[in-house]
Design a protein around this ligand. Sequence first.
Ligand SMILES: [Zn+2]
Length: 386
Amino acid sequence: MGFFSMNIQGNSYQDGSAIEISFYEGIIDSIAPVQTPLGQDLILGPGFTDIQVNGYGGIDYNEIHSDPIKLAEISRLLYKEGVTTHFPTLITNDPEQISRLILQLVSLRKSDEFSRMSIEGLHIEGPFISPMDGPRGAHPKKFVCAPDWSLVQKWQLEAKGLIKIITLSPEWENAVPFIERCVEHGILVSIGHTNATHQQILDAVKAGASLSTHLGNGAHPILARHPNYIWSQLSQNELSASIIADGFHLPEEVIQVFKQVKKENLMLVSDSVSLSGMPAGDYSLHIGGEVTLTPAGKLHLKSNPSILAGSASNIRSGVSFLIKNKLASLSEAWDMASVRPERLVNPGHRLFKEGSIADLILCKKLEDGDLEVLKTIKHGREVFSA
Ligand SMILES: [Zn+2]
């Protein structure tokens, strides 16, 4: 593939100052101020990183496709939303099926350059989660099981080392040694879909768990005031937290509190399922069963509207939601969807700095605070232009 020397101008997402970024062979050469003022609504910043993508645009990473190349469409659709890096997320399933889904992703990355560039790792969410109704969410109960290191080793071999995140519940008896092994082998362990006690959460953190997956969701609809697993996760500074900011998964005041507690360790995920971007209606998901997508974009179990079944959003709309509702400044909301998740999964990788990979997006900030993506640059190549 050809690399080009290119540059792009815009107002920095950090402070609004007019800048020009030059890059060569996919790496940022220089970030320099520009004297002539640019249109104020043109914002330039790092591309978004979404560490939880189950599917998008009617296509599901959790289904086997007769031609895996169909999945390549997800990376292209996400470029349009400014997502330059994403982690396909495989949820609780038959272990053999998880193997097949992993192999499908490996073959996708082999045959499609854009997917290879976009997919930095895989996120395995389950099957080592809570079997309980509520915390389990839409994950199928029959495949939920205790943490099994030999299974993870097999999957990691099949994935050629691509598994970077595992979401589990520390309520299982063998959770501590399992978490230690994952961390030793460079897999980030996140707590989610859990019914763990306070002590089990403390033990998990001590063993190396470092993230809470979509904190405040994958939980009982009604919970003891205290102690409970949400307070426990909030109390641990070693735990970063991801949240879904789509207006349905968390009330605004909860996002405000999570922000105040987790500070720069709070980040966005979309948790998008294949129905993201699809018309409202009832759907039957391959995994997750019968679900309903409302006209307002809420996705819930058909049998119980209080249990959400993933989100029908994307991480760009999450950033817009925070800005529109004054839950975060533009620069902070943007960081929550780019710099913060990237720092977590890839500590050596800096974004939006001289010498870092040129993953950049140019957006137009609309009157209501919404962001419209005009241009997406992945590793120095223009991969989307409006
Ligand atoms: Zn989940």
